[in-house]
Structures are given as structure tokens and as C-alpha cells.
Design a protein around this ligand. Structure first.
Ligand code: CA
Ligand code: CA
Length: 67
């Protein structure tokens, strides 16, 4: 099930400083509340989702990664 509003909400939750990009550090801080997610996995997620290679995930990349 895809829900644009939920995606936006999740993105904003992950983007702790609200600069419009999720960095590896932000992702790590959020995902590591989940003990199943390792630092290695965080790096992999960023690598997979980051299309333009700036080491951070913008909303477009995030939505595409999820979709
Ligand atoms: Ca951010
Ligand atoms: Ca990017």
C-alpha cells in the first residue's frame, strides 16, 4: 500500500534538522532505535537510495526508493 502522505510524514521524521535531506547520520539515529538495523545496513540504504551521489537522500530519492 502506497500512501503519499505517509511517505512525506516518514521523510520528515527521518529528516531531523528539516533541511530537506536525510543524511546517513540522520538515518542512523532514527533506524538504530530498531535493534535489527545495523550501521552497515544504514550505509547500504543510503547507497541504494542516493541516486545523484551526494551522500544524502532527498525526498524524490526517498519516494523512489520506497516505491
Ligand atoms: Ca536533514
Ligand atoms: Ca542524493
Amino acid at each position: 500500500m502506497r500512501d503519499k502522505e505517509a511517505t512525506e510524514r516518514n521523510f520528515k521524521e527521518l529528516d531531523s534538522d528539516n533541511d530537506g535531506y536525510i543524511t546517513a547520520a540522520e538515518l542512523k539515529a532514527n533506524l538504530q532505535k530498531n535493534p535489527k538495523v545495523s550501521a552497515e545496513n544504514v550505509a547500504k540504504i543510503v547507497q541504494l537510495a542516493d541516486e545523484n551521489g551526494d551522500k544524502r537522500i532527498d525526498y524524490k530519492e526517498y519516494a523512489k526508493y520506497l516505491g
